[in-house]
Design a protein around this ligand. Structure first.
Ligand code: HEM
Length: 337
């Protein structure tokens, strides 16, 4: 938390690629961050909610009732892609290329293969440029992508590379984390006694979100972020030299035994204030309202589909630098067995 909240000593300028707003510091970050935040206001989320609900219901309706399915591959990944495409106004034909891109990106992240990562980034940029081009010169009202392409809130229009970078971070940040988050939440629904009852109670959205985020704290899908040390300093007794690249391990911080006591206990109310699933400081996740909305709608659709969700085999864990599960076999259960 000290590092994330001290941008003067710990810079986000760590990648040689343009990353908006992630890779910026200081005033420049604040300007781009203000632009980005306008897309995640309560009003913007309320406008998207019906479409998000429709995506969640349609996908859950198509899940098999008589055999197991994988909560990540059959549900999390397609839901993340479809919900995001619906939010951005992207055509359904892009679903397959986006799913292929997501799978290739997760694989390249797992192996850390730089060449593969660069190839995957290029294939994604081609997808993004195909949605940007037809919106050039629009009036910004067609959809969220049109609004961004024609955004002049910085006092000027955005360059092509800036638009692509922002969209890359909205999708790159979202699709992988959200697909994994769905796996974590469904796994918790299948294994954690009393969670389904808690989530069926629709009287408090805040309590619902806290329960979901406590599941994510325990199995953090967003494992780490990077920073560059600008000034020699010390963190928790550990000396850090200027110029070093360091990693903020959110998953470990989310299980800090000095803060969460004991770290493995499921305590949504007690742990909410210290939960770091969406980060902290100036780079705290701007997409949190959208991620919350999407998870809420999907969980409601799942809970409406059957009285219970049961594990149908052993889940396979993801490996760092990814978190959560690679696969979670589950099935709908219509009567207690
Ligand atoms: C369950 C889903 C998600 C999780 C767990 C998550 C987690 C995080 C975390 C921990 C950070 C802080 C990174 C840092 O300090 O360096 C972050 C930043 C960010 N997230 Fe998310 N996120 C999620 C969904 C989304 C969504 C839906 C979007 C947008 C559509 C998004 C876009 C971003 C962006 C652009 C940043 C960088 C913000 C900045 O540098 O100012 N994320 N996210």
């Amino acid at each position: 938390m000290r590092i994330a909240c001290d941008p003067r000593r710990f810079s986000n300028g760590i990648s040689r690629f343009l990353q908006l707003p992630n890779g910026l510091d200081g005033d420049e970050h604040a300007r781009f961050r203000a632009l980005v935040d306008r897309y995640f206001t309560p009003a913007a989320m309320a406008e998207f909610a019906p479409a998000c609900r429709a995506v969640a219901r349609a996908l859950v309706d198509r899940l098999p009732r008589d055999r197991p399915f994988d909560a990540v591959g059959d549900l999390g990944a397609p839901f993340a892609v479809r919900a995001q495409a619906a939010w951005l106004g992207w055509p359904v034909e892009l679903e397959r290329p986006l799913l292929d891109w997501l799978a290739a990106r997760q694989e390249a992240t797992r192996t850390g293969d730089r060449e593969q990562l660069a190839a995957v980034a290029e294939s994604f940029d081609a997808i993004v440029r195909s949605v940007v081009a037809p919106r050039r010169g629009g009036d910004g009202t067609r959809d969220v992508t049109d609004r961004l392409v024609n955004d002049v809130s910085l006092g000027r229009g955005l360059e092509e590379d800036e638009i692509v970078s922002i969209l890359r971070n909205w999708t790159g940040g979202d699709l992988g984390s959200l697909a994994l988050a769905v796996g974590v939440v469904v796994h918790a629904l299948a294994t954690r006694r009393g969670l389904a009852e808690l989530l069926r109670d629709e009287s408090s959205v805040e309590r619902f979100d806290r329960a979901i985020e406590e599941c994510l704290r325990l199995e953090d899908p967003f494992v780490a972020s990077r920073r560059r040390v600008l000034e020699e300093t010390e963190v928790a007794g550990c000396p850090v030299a200027a110029g070093r690249a360091i990693s903020l391990d959110w998953a470990a911080a989310n299980r800090d035994p000095d803060v969460f006591s004991p770290p493995d206990a499921f305590e949504p109310e007690a742990n909410a204030a210290a939960n770091l699933v969406y980060g902290i400081g100036p780079h705290v996740c701007p997409g949190r309202p959208l991620a919350r909305l999407e998870l809420r709608e999907l969980v409601h659709a799942l809970l409406a589909a059957a009285p219970e969700i049961a594990l149908a085999g052993d889940p396979t864990r993801e490996l760092p630098p990814l978190g959560g599960f690679r696969a979670v076999p589950v099935r709908f259960a219509f009567s207690r067995e």
